[in-house]
Design a protein around this ligand. Structure first.
Ligand SMILES: [Zn+2]
Ligand SMILES: [Zn+2]
Length: 321
């Protein structure tokens, strides 16, 4: 089969390798599409020992298995089902799942991968294949963080920092949950206008007044983290969705003398999947717009260059057979 190898410094090489062999409790999945993610830029820059790609939809190829030929997403934490977190339904927090698909085991920038059975999320017939990966990071991750914050803040003025896939996904999820007043800052004019076209108020300047009931930090940049902590209103909440390696924020006076909530979330539990499908159904035409380019394996390298420059929102590798 063909697979993409991430060599580092933005170089992607197509290699030919053996089809992976599923172990006990795993199935072979033929990849149909795999969406690009901002977190993939780390392996793209630094290189990666395994095939990356973690927003995967594909078709199960396991003759005799009840899921044979069904379309499924790959849920990335290989959860155990028996630890206290899994028992409580928090499959995203499994204590015995050291492996994430597309990170510590091979992912979806290839024609095939193996997927543990408990990580198969069946895709309903009315959800087109190319939209299905949005149910993972774009809707799943954003909705999980927003569900946590709704326990504290369920209305009011919202600021989103970073209008990439998570920020725009978060915008649509907030709309689904009834938030009306959402402002978005991103230094990239294309992303700002995209946010505006989805109904947000675009901000050209980083806001500085302590005015927001809820701040979604979706850029993973320290400057944005700093802003989020400063502009959240007393009794408000900051939801940290963006990722990066290191954190450097200063405890300034507006941060020190304020009661507020700080929420960090990771991915989403399997139990939220059905409700996330409803979010996609509700705002399908808007979500459709996020998938702004589809390329075959041969085009993945050039697509990563455009994606890293902020010229695409949620493009994907698409494999035809
Ligand atoms: Zn992702
Ligand atoms: Zn577990």
């Amino acid at each position: 089969m063909k697979a993409a190898r991430f060599d580092g410094e933005g170089k992607i090489t197509l290699i030919t390798t053996d089809k992976p062999q599923p172990k006990a409790g795993e199935v072979l999945m033929r990849v149909a599409a795999c969406s690009l993610c901002g977190s993939d830029l780390r392996p793209w820059r630094n290189g990666w020992p395994l095939t990356p790609g973690h927003e995967i939809v594909g078709v199960v190829e396991a003759p005799g298995h009840p899921m044979h030929l069904s379309r499924c997403l790959a849920y990335i934490p290989v959860w155990c089902g028996s630890c206290p977190e899994c028992q409580a339904g928090h499959t995203n927090l499994c204590r015995l799942a050291p492996e994430l698909i597309g990170w510590q085991r091979a992912g979806g920038y290839a024609q095939y991968l193996t997927v543990p059975e408990q990580c198969l999320l069946p895709v309903p017939d009315d959800i087109p294949t190319h939209l299905a990966p949005l149910l993972l990071d774009t809707i799943g991750t954003a909705a999980h963080g927003i569900r946590l914050c709704r326990k504290i803040v369920d209305s009011g003025r919202v600021l989103i920092l970073g209008a990439g896939p998570i920020g725009l996904g978060g915008l649509l999820v907030l709309q689904h949950f009834g938030f009306k007043q959402v402002e978005v800052f991103d230094p990239n004019p294309y992303r700002r206008s995209f946010a505006k076209s989805l109904g947000a108020v675009p901000l050209e300047q980083v806001p500085s007044s302590t005015a927001y009931d809820l701040v979604l930090e979706c850029s993973g940049k320290d400057a944005a983290r700093q802003t989020a902590l400063e502009v959240v209103r007393a009794h408000g909440a900051v939801v940290q969705l963006g990722e990066s390696d290191a954190w450097h924020v200063q405890e300034t006076k507006p941060i020190r003398r304020k009661d507020f909530y700080y929420i960090r979330s990771f991915y989403f539990p399997v139990s939220e999947y059905a409700e996330n499908i409803e979010i996609l159904r509700h705002l399908k035409p808007q979500f459709e717009r996020l998938v702004d380019e589809q390329v075959p394996l041969e085009g993945l390298g050039a697509l990563f260059t455009r994606f890293s420059a902020g010229e695409r929102i949620k493009p994907q590798l698409q494999l035809h057979y």
